[in-house]
Design a protein around this ligand. Structure first.
Ligand SMILES: Cc1cc2nc3c(=O)[nH]c(=O)nc-3n(C[C@H](O)[C@H](O)[C@H](O)COP(=O)(O)OP(=O)(O)OC[C@H]3O[C@@H](n4cnc5c(N)ncnc54)[C@H](O)[C@@H]3O)c2cc1C
Length: 499
């Protein structure tokens, strides 16, 4: 029998961080991953000479003393990751209405770089930065602080656009600036009507603090954590899809593909809660809990182009581009049919850098699951000719929009790889291939909140649905999950005191 103290389902960032903490604390831990490659969104895939990241393209606040760096020191990541800083004066370029605007690193630098384009808005920019800082300070764990102060959840119930709009007041220059300040909303699948202000603020604050690419791709995060978990006696098992969870004499029995059985006193589900609930035997789950989780809506999915490029044909860009064809930067995910793609996020991977040029390019845009729903019953590489045609058609439309900024892009392309919402659904097990899992709604924040503990004793959640998506959100989520077992003060002190 495979008996463990803790079984963790899935091997995404949240699961691996929990595995690291608990195995270091002496628990016997087994991580069960359905894929042949561990890491979830941390995976990178190889095509020819190029390695493409899937779900972590850049990270924020990795300067010593900043939030993610402070947490990742405990995990040995801050010391071991090879990072490349993005351009100090422009980590994100917001391309809007035929003009380019920079988002710069460092709060004063951020103000000055934007004030050069919006000279009458310097005071507003100062106010904006103060609001970001004030919001982050209301979330102590995001400041690497342990306090008994309650999170000011009015920020969670405040709509980001309403908050910005009210703060800016009327005026054409201000309105344009607000669009620029919201121009990277692909980072949180932003919706004008419902994105909570705290989500906006925590993410933007992290990147303005400092912004980095991973020199050898995001896979190095998974590799480092797995090696540390294994050294501490834990196990990471691939090709083990969890199919059923039942109870067995005050413990859980887990059945995987291949009809293997595992037993543990505790389970941490590092997968989408709607998927996790479906694995539990019905007698373990209260109907009200099940219907609450199942009624939650998910964030939108994406369409991805991963391009191999001819040598010396395309410049390496030390910044990301968020390009918008519409004046309303919040409109991207509403675009369909003729209007699609509406926006794109484009970047050159650090691992593909050859001097001033790149051998690879990654371009992402929103895509709704509806567009591929008719193939939902098919499996990868056997979806049929009409699905291949749809992918080619969408790739062509996306490249047409990219051509407006890079007219020679088509002649630079050597190879093309495409992902759709079905790729993501099969790849992460997330319903409808949703990018960031359960959609946080300012209008009904409590309804969209997932806690680490559940009413099922010993059964916990972790991962991006818990707290917030992205590297800092998932890291803090993993700490909240393990704190349910170890105690928050005990765990936080260990993390704070790590060398
Ligand atoms: C397109 C995209 C771009 C992004 N860009 C960034 C970025 O630049 N910076 C940033 O900080 N964040 C970014 N994110 C967000 C970030 O990648 C995620 O929030 C985070 O990696 C999610 O981690 P997770 O722990 O929730 O697990 P996931 O990565 O979702 O992994 C879940 C794992 O569980 C496995 N699994 C599912 N079901 C089962 C089962 N039944 N049995 C066993 N295993 C199972 C899956 O195979 C998968 O490996 C991006 C996300 C996306 C989608």
């Amino acid at each position: 029998m495979n008996r463990y103290d803790v079984i963790i389902i899935g091997s995404g960032l949240g699961s691996l961080l929990c595995g690291y903490i608990l195995s270091k604390e002496g628990f016997s831990v087994c991580i069960l991953e359905k894929h042949s490659v561990p890491g979830g969104c941390l995976q990178s895939f190889q095509r020819g000479e190029n390695s493409f990241d899937t779900g972590i393209h850049y990270i924020g606040s990795m300067m010593p003393g900043q939030t993610l760096h402070s947490y990742w020191k405990y995990f040995g990541l801050s010391q071991s990751l090879a990072l490349e800083p993005l351009n100090k004066d422009c980590y994100d370029l917001i391309s809007l209405d035929g003009r380019d605007f920079p988002l710069a690193q460092g709060f004063n630098n951020f103000i000055e770089n934007l004030a050069a384009h919006f000279p009458a808005s310097r005071d507003f920019l100062r106010q904006y930065v103060s609001a970001l800082k004030e919001t982050v300070s209301a979330f102590p764990l995001y400041n690497f602080q342990l306090t008994d102060r309650h999170t000011k959840n009015t920020w969670m119930r405040t709509n980001a656009w309403d908050f910005l709009y009210t703060m800016a007041g009327k005026g054409t220059e201000n309105l344009k600036l607000l669009e620029v300040l919201s121009g990277n909303n692909f980072l949180y699948a932003g919706r004008k009507v419902s994105t909570p202000w705290h989500q906006y603020a925590l993410i933007n604050h992290s990147f303005i603090s400092s912004a980095w690419r991973l020199r050898h791709g995001s896979k190095q995060i998974a590799d480092h954590l797995i090696s540390a978990i294994t050294s501490a006696g834990g196990k990471v098992m691939i090709r083990k899809e969890v199919r059923k969870i039942s109870s067995l004499k005050n413990k859980f029995q887990v059945e995987t593909s291949g009809d293997e059985l595992f037993v543990a006193g505790r389970i941490i589900a590092g997968i989408h809660p709607q998927t996790a609930i479906g694995l539990l035997e019905p007698y373990l789950v209260k109907r009200s809990f099940q219907s609450r989780i199942m009624s939650m809506e998910n964030s939108v999915s994406s369409f991805g182009l991963y391009l191999g490029l001819k040598p010396g044909s395309f410049p390496y860009l030390d910044y990301n581009i968020y390009y918008h064809s519409s004046r309303d930067v919040w409109n991207g995910q509403e675009c369909k049919d003729e209007q699609w793609p509406g926006m794109y996020f484009l970047y050159t991977p650090s691992s593909a850098r050859h001097g001033d040029h790149t051998s690879a390019l990654c371009i992402l845009s929103y895509m709704r699951f509806d567009e591929v729903k008719r193939w939902e019953g098919t499996v990868s590489s056997r979806r049929g000719q009409d699905y291949m045609e749809l992918k080619t058609r969408y790739a062509g439309k996306l490249l047409q929009l990219v051509e407006r900024k890079f007219p020679d892009i088509n002649s630079s392309i050597n190879s093309v790889e495409i992902s759709t919402p079905l790729t993501w659904r099969d790849f992460t097990g997330t319903p409808e291939g949703s990018m960031y899992g359960i959609r946080k709604e300012s209008g009904n924040y409590l309804k969209t909140m997932i806690l680490p503990h559940t009413k099922i004793p010993g059964f916990y959640f972790t991962g991006q649905n818990l707290n917030m998506h992205g590297a800092p959100g998932v890291t803090i989520g993993a700490i909240m999950t393990c704190a349910e077992i170890l105690g928050l003060e005990y765990l936080f002190n260990k993390i704070r005191d790590a060398e």
